[in-house]
Design a protein around this ligand. Structure first.
Ligand code: DC
Length: 221
């Protein structure tokens, strides 16, 4: 039987960085579920479909292949056979992914796909609804958060390092808007599972966050 470690939390809390580092320390894989929402958002944009048009989006989903592969431990995401890893990491896709992730049909398809992947490997799985909906029986659950301004600053630096022209205020507003959408959507909104350990990373380095998690996970080491 495989085990999973769920890390949920709002945008910019550092989930991906932490999940990567934790998975490396444990010698297991990291599944970034946000990338799957981003891949669908990319297809929706390419086809020019309105983000609220659930009917068309759910039809398109039936003919869409989202594949997650791991190459040397690194996650690669394929949309209908095309590696879209770098295309999905732009601001426009973040906003689109937040919108399409409110649709129940999208969530159902992706949650099932995520459960199938998590059955095959020991994994750290990061997202918004992993501990509450996708993997409610995950062996360990963490809810990672941080102050709004700190999250925005981290996201701003990340986008700048990828060469994106963007100002801090835009990133901060985007983070607030995404929090609003993620926490108030009807289907599996972002919230801490009752049995998840809450970690505020505002004043912690990534190493400190991972060490805090590992102190809760002793028996897997
Ligand atoms: O983690 P991220 O920023 O790559 O996620 C992109 C969007 O996808 C985010 O706004 C919320 C959504 N998402 C979700 O609803 N459920 C998940 N398990 C992962 C991401």
């Amino acid at each position: 039987m495989c085990y999973s470690i769920a890390i949920d939390g709002p945008s910019g809390a550092g989930k991906s960085t932490i999940a990567d580092a934790l998975a490396k320390r444990l010698g297991i894989l990291h599944l970034d579920t946000g990338a799957m929402y981003r891949a669908i958002a990319l297809k929706t944009i390419r086809l020019g479909i309105d983000f609220n048009d659930e009917n068309t989006i759910s039809k398109v989903l039936q003919d869409t292949e989202i594949d997650v592969k791991f190459e040397n431990g690194l996650q690669m995401i394929f949309l209908d056979g095309e590696n879209v890893n770098s295309q999905i990491r732009v601001h426009e896709i973040s906003q689109a992914a937040a919108k399409i992730s409110t649709l129940n049909s999208v969530r159902t398809v992706l949650a099932n796909a995520q459960r199938n992947i998590a059955q095959k490997y020991n994994m750290v799985v990061d997202g918004r609804d992993i501990g509450t909906n996708v993997l409610p029986c995950a062996k360990y659950k963490f809810f990672l958060t941080a102050d709004d301004n700190i999250r925005a600053e981290r996201r701003y630096q990340e986008l700048k390092s990828r060469g994106q022209e963007i100002d801090f205020e835009t990133v901060l507003n985007d983070i607030k808007q995404r929090d609003q959408m993620d926490t108030t959507r009807e289907f599996s909104p972002l919230k801490r599972a009752e049995d998840a350990v809450l970690i505020d990373s505002s004043n912690l380095t990534p190493l400190q966050v991972v060490d805090t998690m590992l102190s809760h996970i002793k028996e897997l080491l």
